[in-house]
Design a protein around this ligand. Structure first.
Ligand code: SAH
Length: 239
């Protein structure tokens, strides 16, 4: 009898122990995330309060493979499989701020990857349409996003070079892979006064560019030099 009591007691203790550990881990992630946002995002010139809030809220560690979770709140890109990476948080912050979106905006993203950037956008605007060319990543992002109950994120597997005509025009378009030139379909699908944020340029000389459509014309501003994975077509050829 005593033996059974002791075993039940040990089982209970180990259960509480695990919950405690999970709770502590979660707490730790939250602290790490807030620290990252404060030191790497806000301190480096990202001052849009809504962008800061969204980055404090979205749990980046849920978008990276479990073996890299402990690195989720360092300010660096991380592998997400299929040779692709989740962008560095600072780059997510600056690109999101440049989009200049609000709760009524409809946004198109090219390069869903892990779905992290899409989730940030989902916090800030009305509808997000996001396209990913690698099927495995598109499926994984879909299940991550579904588990987080975002109902304003619409994901599609396909070639984002063509944009997503059906829902155009967009108030803003963000491209998280890099073509050598701006895809014409994206220019066409950008609404008047809309912002297109895109890394463009030849292989190792890429510039993060903000293009604003004013009276049907694009006004270009080069923001910072960046490194990005290339935009590819269905056969893996670089655009
Ligand atoms: N925004 C992502 C980062 C993705 S990295 C995140 O938050 O995790 C860039 C992504 O663009 C990669 O997943 C890559 O597969 C994808 N990509 C490359 N060319 C593409 C294309 N033509 N259409 C759609 N996605 C593309």
């Amino acid at each position: 009898m005593n033996k059974y009591l002791l075993i039940s007691f040990l089982i209970l203790v180990s259960m509480f122990g695990q919950n405690g550990e999970a709770g502590a881990q979660k707490m730790n992630y939250k602290q790490l995330r807030h620290k990252m946002v404060k030191e790497q995002i806000a301190a480096r010139g990202i001052n849009d309060k809504n962008v800061i809030k969204a980055m404090q809220k979205v749990e980046r560690h849920l978008f990276v493979p479990s073996q890299f979770r402990h690195l989720a709140y360092s300010d660096s890109p991380l592998p997400i499989g299929f040779g692709q990476t989740i962008s560095q948080p600072y780059i997510v912050g600056i690109m999101t701020q440049l989009l200049d979106i609000n709760p009524d905006s409809k946004v198109l993203e090219i390069g869903t990857g892990s779905g992290y950037q899409a989730a940030i956008l989902g916090e800030l605007c009305k509808e997000v349409y996001s396209i990913e060319i690698v099927e495995g990543l598109a499926l994984k992002a879909k299940s991550t996003i579904e588990s987080l109950n975002y109902d304003n994120l619409h994901l599609k597997w396909g070639d984002g070079y063509m944009g997503w005509e059906e829902h155009a025009p967009y108030d803003a378009i963000i491209v998280t892979c890099s073509p050598s030139k701006i895809p014409q379909p994206l220019i066409d699908q950008l609404g008047e006064n809309g912002n297109l944020v895109i890394p463009i340029g030849a292989k190792n000389v890429k510039s993060l560019v903000l293009l604003k459509k004013i009276d049907g014309e694009l006004v270009r501003k080069d923001v910072i030099p960046v490194r990005f994975v290339p935009m590819i077509d269905e056969k893996g050829r670089e655009y």
